[in-house]
Design a protein around this ligand. Structure first.
Ligand SMILES: *Cc1c(COP(=O)(O)O)cnc(C)c1O
Length: 370
């Protein structure tokens, strides 16, 4: 029996009838884009996220781009990003013409090191873009203070952290305007692409409602040159169903992380991810360990039928696409080291304790024979 790195089979079995009804209703409903399911989902996600406004878009990258556009980020501006993140975070900054300025992350939580942000602020800095990577919340209290002191906007990248909290306040509800993704494997995922922006500001929500739909004010009247990035009715209906389960699934992820933590204590040279603290309530989109034997361990697990993944194997500043930023090897040592040592273990609703025990036992065998 193999243990896949990720599987949605259990999740979908649990809500199969509801999903089949949604497929049928969408097919028979006759409205496929920007209809009532999208409206309802936006209201429900805004309530879930504890923000007054939610505007859905086609994917997480577009959500980030819309968020940066609405606060006026443009060519010549700088945006502070984490050195270790998904490529899409930096890509969004580049797409609006601005320059991503990386700040190194904490190795134990993989989130931006708030103590290093201020030394990266220049006269061109316009915004800070913290990423709640792997579902672990950034220190938002400090980040908001720094932004305020320097007159900067904050855009949270909440694509991996639906339902996470910092100081009992949801991630994706702190910043001026925040982006998330509903890519299928995210903690809240569609059966295709999807994304959303959340905000406390009506004018930002209204801008994005127009911008995502060509820049339309009303049908056939255009006030700006927008894009086409609309969530469709089918994905919205499926997301409405899954939204009712996401807290339950997050609790399962948290208890799996706690169990891995027990099982993998003092195995080889492994460093385990933080389980959180009084302030940080993570939701474990991913469970990421660190080891100097990463490639060999991944190969061994794969041979034993255990799927793993690497998020991400090449640091963003070392991607060819960002050669233009002129980073030299060694310029972001934490990000470079993480890209060579991190390994994501299976963690998904439906993974059993026996599965986790087998993953841990196989890792122990690997280190016993090293
Ligand atoms: C998935 C993800 C994105 C991009 O979302 P898409 O829907 O794939 O465009 C952005 N940032 C982070 C941190 C992500 O994990």
């Amino acid at each position: 029996m193999t243990i896949p790195f990720v599987s949605l089979v259990n999740q979908h079995q649990q809500i199969r009838t509801e999903m089949e009804n949604a497929f049928r209703q969408t097919m028979e409903g006759g409205q496929f884009v920007l209809g009532s399911a999208v409206n309802e989902f936006e209201k429900e996600y805004a309530a879930f996220n504890e923000t007054p406004y939610c505007v859905s878009v086609g994917n997480g990258l577009d959500a980030l781009i819309c968020a940066l556009m609405t606060i006026g980020i443009k060519a010549g501006d700088e945006v502070i990003v984490p050195s270790h993140t998904c490529y899409a975070t930096w890509l969004a900054v580049d797409k609006v013409g601005a320059t991503p300025v990386p700040v190194e992350v904490h190795e134990s939580t993989f989130t931006v090191d708030e103590n290093r942000i201020e030394s990266s602020i220049t006269a061109r800095t316009k915004a800070i873009l913290p990423v709640h990577l792997y579902g672990y919340p950034c220190r938002m209290d400090r980040i908001m203070e720094i932004a305020k002191a320097h007159g900067l906007c904050v855009v949270e990248d909440n694509a991996q952290a639906h339902g996470a909290r910092f100081q009992n306040r949801l991630t994706g509800s702190w910043g001026d305007v925040n982006a998330t993704s509903f890519y299928p494997t995210k903690n809240l995922g569609a059966l295709g692409d999807g994304g959303a922006v959340t905000t406390h500001h009506q004018e930002f929500a209204e801008f994005i409602q127009s911008y995502r739909n060509y820049g339309a004010v009303t049908k056939d009247v255009f006030s700006m040159t927008g894009i086409n990035s609309r969530l469709d009715e089918l994905q919205a209906s499926l997301l409405r169903i899954k939204l009712r389960y996401v807290n339950q699934w997050n609790e399962q992820r948290r208890s799996m992380a706690t169990y891995y933590h027990q099982l993998l204590q003092s195995v080889g040279d492994i460093s385990l991810p933080s389980l959180g603290d009084d302030d940080a309530h993570p939701v474990f989109h991913l469970y990421v360990i660190r080891t100097n034997h990463r490639n060999a361990l991944q190969k061994f697990l794969n041979e034993q039928g255990i799927g793993t993944a690497i998020h991400y194997p090449v640091a963003v500043h070392q991607q060819k696409a960002f050669e233009k930023l002129n980073f030299k090897m060694g310029s972001l040592p934490v990000a470079e080291k993480l890209s060579n040592t991190i390994l994501s273990l299976p963690i998904w609703p439906g993974l059993t304790r026996e599965d986790q025990e087998r993953v841990a036992a196989t890792i122990k065998t690997f280190f016993d024979h090293l």
